[in-house]
Ligand binder design. Structure first.
Ligand SMILES: [Zn+2]
Length: 392
């Protein structure tokens, strides 16, 4: 049963040797080099590049769409420019990781709104819910997919879920289209709970901003090309749909394998709402890295593939993640802990689909044969004993 009360981490960082050591080493990394945890010259370059690509690909869309085929190609190109901006700039800014100035983060966080995604709803969904309580069924919004998909044992299994590993990729293709057209509005106008925050009424200024930025997005993505280009309106709609088909799949391809993966750990708070762990160790246990040794993937994806460090330190700008990942990995090895990693992006996605298959065929595939209730709960809640055992 999902816990619906206030959820807290029972332990402090200092109560775990692993978490304490990682925290100290990460702090030392910045002190020894005398560098900021926020954006550096590389990040400024990426930011300028991201905004430039967003503008120039749109300009190219309006200038070189001579035929339906070229129009669709230009939409896809512009869609990937939008993705580059959100992966590298919007995501960091919304975590407050870009700059030490909240004002700068706030301004840059609005780049999400430029591409049709409400930065306000994103922060509630991604920061307050997902980042705060990874893989906690009923609370982590990442586990709440459409009814046809089952991402956790917290969702009742339906007969069609048996085949979800076959059709999931197709459903993913509609994720961003659904997001820009419906999801933000649905979450805004329904009385939603995000992590420990239950929002009954949103501010009027948030509503005005949501409506204004959505209107801006539909206008430049649909109305202006229909009015300006010398092609039939339905080809513009088709280009828009095909673009979302590609970027919708890509977002799922990158985000889904990081937590919903084979042998994933789902954590259930106890009856008082306590997660039996500390935040750093919980993030480490429930997250997977992939393509760590592929610098191009790190650079283009805004280090979203180095997902463990992102969850442990989302307030730090992603340009520092490759170095910090090595610190976390070597510390984990010292403490005998499993650092969850897959070598390639495609490998991580295949394993994600394998886990969807398992979730479609068993109520709780994380339960192993001969499990007693006690061992299962120990594994789910993570017991400090695991860490002590590995230190021996
Ligand atoms: Zn994040």
């Amino acid at each position: 049963m999902d816990y619906i009360g206030h959820i807290r981490y029972r332990d402090k960082i200092g109560s775990s040797e692993f978490s304490k050591t990682v925290a100290k080493r990460v702090d030392n990394y910045f002190v020894e080099r005398n560098i900021s945890k926020h954006a550096n010259a590389e990040m400024y370059f990426k930011s300028v590049l991201a905004v430039t690509l967003w503008i120039t690909t749109y300009y190219i869309l309006l200038t070189f769409s001579f035929s339906p085929a070229s129009l669709i190609a230009m939409y896809i190109g512009h869609g990937f420019a939008q993705l580059f901006m959100t992966y590298n700039l919007s995501h960091d800014a919304n975590h407050g990781a870009y700059s030490k100035s909240p004002k700068v983060n706030d301004i840059l966080s609005r780049t999400f709104d430029l591409v049709g995604i409400s930065s306000y709803i994103w922060r509630l969904m991604h920061n307050d819910s997902h980042h705060s309580f990874i893989n906690v069924p009923g609370t982590d919004t990442n586990l709440m997919g459409p009814d046809v998909l089952r991402f956790s044992p917290g969702v009742i299994r339906q007969p069609n879920h048996r085949y979800q590993h076959i059709y999931a990729s197709f459903i993913y293709c509609f994720s961003t289209l659904h997001w820009v057209l419906f999801k933000d509005f649905h979450l805004f106008f329904s009385k939603s709970r995000f992590g420990n925050r239950t929002i009954v009424r949103h501010d009027r200024k948030d509503l005005v901003f949501l409506l204004a930025t959505k209107a801006f997005y539909y206008c430049y993505m649909l109305v202006i090309p229909m009015w300006y280009l010398d092609v039939a309106w339905y080809y513009v709609v088709l280009g828009f749909l095909v673009m979302h088909f590609f970027i919708g799949f890509h977002i799922a391809f990158i985000f889904q394998p990081a937590h919903i993966t084979e042998g994933a750990t789902y954590i259930y708070p106890d009856s008082d709402g306590y997660i039996h762990n500390n935040y750093l160790r919980h993030s480490f246990d429930t997250t997977l890295d992939f393509a760590r040794k592929v610098p191009f993937a790190n650079w283009v994806l805004g280090c979203l593939n180095l997902h463990i460090v992102h969850h442990m330190y989302s307030e730090i700008c992603h340009v520092h993640y490759p170095d910090l990942t090595e610190i976390i990995k070597s510390t984990a090895e010292e403490f005998g802990l499993t650092y969850h990693e897959i070598r390639t992006t495609i490998g991580a996605y295949i394993i994600h689909l394998r886990w969807l298959k398992a979730l479609g065929q068993a109520d709780d595939p994380s339960v192993r044969e001969n499990d007693t209730v006690a061992t299962r709960n120990t594994r789910r809640h993570f017991s400090a004993a695991t860490e002590m055992e590995s230190l021996d």
